[in-house]
Design a protein. Sequence first.
Length: 91
Amino acid sequence: MSKQLSPNLDPLIRDLVEWVAREPRTYADVIDAWRTSCPRLTVWEDAIERGLLARTWIDGTAMITVTEAGYRFLTMHPTVPMGNMTAVFPA
């Protein structure tokens, strides 16, 4: 039986956490932008499971916020601009 390799989603998870950190995001906005039906691209789920993002309620609206662990993750996974592209270097 062959062992399936799971993709390294850290660059995509970093993009998600950074996107949420830029401005307040509602749960609906985050799910609309980041939900996928592909079982191999679990960016949203992995960010939540790792404790990088949290759901909070503000004035009756579900909001997604970056946790302390999420900010540490951003610090540990810096991006380096490359023209119009961004490369992520592992810590």
